[in-house]
Design a protein around this ligand. Sequence first.
Ligand SMILES: Cc1cc2nc3c(=O)[nH]c(=O)nc-3n(C[C@H](O)[C@H](O)[C@H](O)COP(=O)(O)O)c2cc1C
Length: 216
Amino acid sequence: MSDELDVFHIMKTARPMRRLKPDPVPQALLEEILDAASCAPNSLNSQPYRFLVVRDPASKAFFGERYDAAMQPRFGPLVADPNDKSPTARNVRTALALGKRLKDVPVLLFICGRRDWPMAVPESERQGLAPPSYGSVFPCVQNILLGCRAKGLGSSLTTMHQLFEAELCELLGIPETFGIVAVLPIGYPEGNFGPLTRKPSTELTYLDRWGDAPGN
Ligand SMILES: Cc1cc2nc3c(=O)[nH]c(=O)nc-3n(C[C@H](O)[C@H](O)[C@H](O)COP(=O)(O)O)c2cc1C
C-alpha cells in the first residue's frame, strides 16, 4: 500500500481545503465516496442521514451570501488587527474567505440527519422539533472528509447554516423530519494537503481516573 493511501497519512493530512478549483467533480466519484462513507456506524443501522448534492449556481450563491453574512460579524472582529499572524488569526481568515468563494465551488454537499430526540430528554420535556441525530451522522461526515482526501478532493466542515437553516430548507425542499447537520464544499483543491497541528494525545488523555494523565 502506498503512503498516500495509508489511513493514518490520510487522517493526518486531511486539513480543511477552502480554496477549490471550479473544475467539475464527477457524480460517480462522489457516489463512490458516499457509498464508502455510509459504512460508518449509525444507530441500529437505520442510516438516518440523507445527502443532498447541490450544483445549482443560484442555490450555491444563496448559501454563500447567507454564510458570509453570518460569519463576518461573528468572526471578523477576531482578525481586526492585520498584523496578527497567529495560527488562530490565520485560521479565522481562511474560514472567512471561504464565504466569498462558496458561490463558485463545484459542489455543496448537504448532509442531513433525521430528527430524533436524544434518549436523555424525557418525553415530557420534548417541545418543538427534535435535533437531528448528530451521533449517527457525524461518523459519516468524517468518513466523507477522509474519502475526499483519499481521492484528491478538497473539502471542509461547515456548520454556519444553523443561522439560516429555515430559509435553506425551504429553498432546497428539505422536510421538517430532517435537519441539516453539516455542509461540505467539495472540489479539487488549489493548495496542497498538509499536516494538521494538534496536541499530542498524551496531553489529552487521562489514565484510569480523570486528572491522573501523564501530561497533566
Ligand atoms: C462542529 C464543527 C463546525 C465547524 N464549522 C466550520 C465552519 O462553519 N466554517 C469553517 O470554515 N470551518 C468550520 N469548522 C472547521 C474548524 O474551524 C477547523 O477544523 C479548526 O479551526 C481547526 O483548523 P484545522 O483543522 O485547519 O487545524 C468546523 C469544525 C467543527 C468540528
